[in-house]
Design a protein around this ligand. Sequence first.
Ligand code: ZN
Length: 97
Amino acid sequence: MWIFSPLMTTENAPTDPTYRLRAAASGREAIAPVREGVVYRDAETGEELEPVAAVLPQDGVGSALPRTPVNLRVCRRCEQLTPRDLATCEFCGLPAA
Ligand SMILES: [Zn+2]
């Protein structure tokens, strides 16, 4: 089960390393940039989320954001879901604005 918490949005671009976080009791998960010394909690249950795996760095091509609903927009030409942090649609190349 994936939780799309407001931990990461286009406003808080990832400068911190990104981790897969998990709540021990329920197994609910999220992907978010993690800063040392900060306690992360599930947006719905309030359980503490603990880092369980680091997300591999990307090759610098394409979106730096996790592919979650808050980070996607619908392209007005091809109607595909494309990352918000890219200047053009990743499918048809139409500029975002
Ligand atoms: Zn498109």
